[in-house]
Write a protein that binds this ligand. Structure first.
Ligand code: TYD
Ligand code: MG
Length: 471
C-alpha cells in the first residue's frame, strides 16, 4: 500500500517544517503548525503520473523584448472608485484577491460590482458562506435584484471547475470566500494552507485558460495577513485590501499589488443603508466634521495613490497619571510618533515627558506617508501650548532627525487640492531643488520653512520647557 506522505505546514505563514514543532521559526507563531498530506492535484483532463520533463518534454520558445504586444482589454464596471483601484477596469483572465476583516463589506462590494457589470458581461457569484436567500436579501437591500447576476452556493472546487470549464465561459466569476473552498482529493480540511493554495491555483489556472476575471475573497486574520497563506498574494495578479474602522462609515479599497496598474491607489466608499456609495471627493468628507479653531488639530495635505486627500490630524497632550506615560496612535505609525516627539524634545526643547500623548487621524483613514510628520508636530505643539493652528492652513513635510524639514513629492498637487477646498495658507517644506516647484497657487499663501523652529515660531506659548496646559 502506498504510504501517504505528509508534511508540517505553518498555518500562519505557510513555512514547511520537517517535523512537528510548537513554534514556527519563520513567523514566530506558536501552535500554528499542523500535519498535512502532500498535495497531489490531478490536473484537469490530464493523467496522473504523466511525466513531462525528463522523458520527452518539448522545447520552450523565447521572444525579444520589443515585440508589439496587445494591450489587455479592460472591462469597466462603471463604479469609478473601483475602476481606478483596479487600474482602469477588469482585465480578462486576471485573478484579483480582495482581503479584509470579516464584516467590512467585501461581499457587498462584489455584489455591487457584479450587478453593475451584469448588463454588459456575464457575471457569476459563487458563495461558500451564505445561502441564496441571504444573498437575495442583500441584493434587494442594494436595489439590484433585477440585474442578471447568476448566483450559486458551492464549496467543492471540482464542481466549480467542471461548471466553468466550458466553451462559452462567463466573463466575471466571484468566489466568496477562498477559505471555504476545498478540493476533495486533498486530505487537509477546508481553510488550511494546502486547501486554500490548491483551490486558488486550480481556479486561477482555469481563469487564465478560459479568459474570465476571477475575484477571490479572502478573510484577514487578526494579525493582518490574509488568513494563513500569504502564498495567495504571489499567485494572483492583483491584491486589494478593503479596510476601514468598524465605527466609521468610510471604507477604503487599497491596491497593494497590481500587475495591470498602479499600486497604492485607493478608492473611498461610504457604507450606507443601501450598500456602498462612492465618495468622489474624500477631502470634503474627511474635513466635514471639523470644529473650527481648536487646539491640537492640524490639516494634513496627503497623497493617497495618485490623488490628494486632506485629513485632520488630532493630538491630545495631557498630564499623565501613569509612571510611564501613554503613547496611543490611531491611523498612523507609532514608531514615527515616537520619533517626532524625540525630535521636538531634543531639537526644540519642548517637554512631553510626564504627559500622555494621543494621536488620531480623523475619519478612520490610515496614513503611511512620512509627509505627515510636520502636521503631526503642529498638532502636538498646538495641543501642548493650547493654541490652535490657523483654521484655514494646511500642513505637509517630512521631519529629519536634526529638526530639518525635508521636501516631499507632489507638492503642487497637494497645494491645488487645498486651494480647491478653500484653504488660504500652507506650511510646507522648502522647494525641492529637483522638482523646481513653481508657485502655481494664487490664492494660497505658502509659507516655506526649512526647520522646526519655523513651526515653533507660530506658537507664542511654545517656549522650551512648556508643560501641558493645566499642569
Ligand atoms: P459584508 O459584505 O457581509 O461583509 P464581508 O463580506 O466583508 O464579511 O458586509 C456586512 C456589513 O455591512 C454588515 O455589518 C452590514 C453592513 N451593511 C450595511 O451597512 N448596508 C448595506 O446595505 C449592506 C448590504 C450591509
Ligand atoms: Mg462576506
Amino acid at each position: 500500500m502506498a504510504r501517504t506522505k505528509t508534511r508540517f505546514v505553518c498555518q500562519s505563514c505557510g513555512a514547511i517544517h520537517p517535523r512537528w514543532v510548537g513554534h514556527c521559526d519563520s513567523c514566530d507563531g506558536w501552535n500554528t503548525i499542523i500535519e498535512e498530506a502532500l498535495p497531489e492535484i490531478v490536473p484537469l483532463g490530464g493523467k496522473r503520473g504523466a511525466k513531462s520533463s525528463q522523458n520527452g518534454g518539448s522545447a520552450i520558445d523565447f521572444f525579444a523584448l520589443d515585440g508589439g504586444s496587445t494591450v489587455a482589454p479592460r472591462q469597466e464596471t462603471g463604479m469609478n472608485e473601483f475602476d481606478r483601484v483596479a487600474g482602469g477596469g477588469l482585465v480578462e483572465g486576471s485573478a484579483i484577491l480582495i482581503g479584509g476583516d470579516p464584516g467590512i463589506g467585501k461581499s457587498t462590494l462584489l455584489l455591487q460590482v457584479t450587478a453593475a457589470l451584469a448588463k454588459k458581461a456575464r457575471c457569476i457569484y459563487i458563495s461558500g458562506e451564505e445561502a441564496i436567500d441571504q444573498i437575495r436579501l442583500r441584493a434587494s437591500r442594494l436595489e439590484v435584484s433585477t440585474e442578471p447576476v447568476e448566483l450559486a452556493t458551492a464549496t467543492n472546487v471540482r464542481n466549480i471547475l467542471a461548471t466553468l470549464d466550458v466553451e462559452d465561459p462567463p466573463d466575471v466569476v466571484v468566489i466568496d470566500s477562498i477559505q471555504t473552498m476545498y478540493i476533495d482529493g486533498l486530505e487537509s480540511a477546508p481553510g488550511t494552507v494546502a486547501q486554500i493554495r490548491a483551490s486558488a491555483q486550480e481556479l486561477i489556472r482555469l481563469a487564465k485558460r478560459r479568459g474570465f476575471a476571477l475575484f477571490l475573497v479572502g478573510h484577514v486574520t487578526k494579525e493582518g495577513a490574509i488568513a494563513g497563506p500569504r502564498v495567495l498574494e504571489h499567485m494572483v495578479d492583483t491584491v486589494l485590501y478593503f479596510e476601514g474602522e468598524r465605527g466609521h462609515q468610510f471604507r477604503i479599497l487599497r491596491s497593494v499589488k497590481n500587475r495591470f496598474g498602479a499600486t497604492d491607489e485607493i478608492g473611498v466608499f461610504e457604507m450606507t443603508d443601501h450598500g456602498l456609495a462612492e465618495v468622489a471627493n474624500p477631502s470634503a468628507l474627511f474635513l466635514a466634521d471639523r470644529q473650527g479653531e481648536v487646539s491640537g488639530a492640524a490639516v494634513f495635505a496627503g497623497i493617497e495613490g495618485s490623488r490628494p486627500m486632506l485629513v485632520e490630524i488630532q493630538a491630545l497632550v495631557a498630564p499623565s497619571s501613569f509612571a510611564t506615560p501613554r503613547r496611543a496612535v490611531v491611523g498612523w505609525d507609532s514608531a514615527r510618533l515616537s520619533m517626532t516627539l524625540a525630535v521636538l524634545e531634543a531639537r526644540c526643547g519642548l517637554q512631553f515627558a510626564g504627559n500622555d500623548v494621543y494621536l488620531n487621524v480623523a475619519g478612520g483613514l490610515r496614513i503611511s506617508e512620512p509627509a505627515a510628520d510636520l502636521a503631526v508636530a503642529a498638532a502636538l505643539i498646538s495641543s501642548l501650548t493650547g493654541e490652535p493652528m490657523p483654521e484655514n492652513m494646511i500642513v505637509f513635510g517630512e521631519i529629519g532627525l536634526s529638526g530639518e524639514i525635508r521636501p516631499v513629492g507632489q507638492a503642487d498637487t497637494r497645494l491645488k487640492e487645498a486651494e480647491k477646498l478653500g484653504f488660504e495658507a500652507a506650511l510646507t517644506p522648502p522647494k525641492s531643488q529637483k522638482s523646481g516647484r513653481k508657485k502655481t497657487t494664487a490664492s494660497l499663501q505658502v509659507n516655506e520653512i526649512n526647520n522646526l523652529r519655523g513651526l515653533i515660531g507660530m506658537f507664542g506659548n511654545a517656549k522650551p520647557e512648556v508643560k501641558a496646559v493645566g499642569q
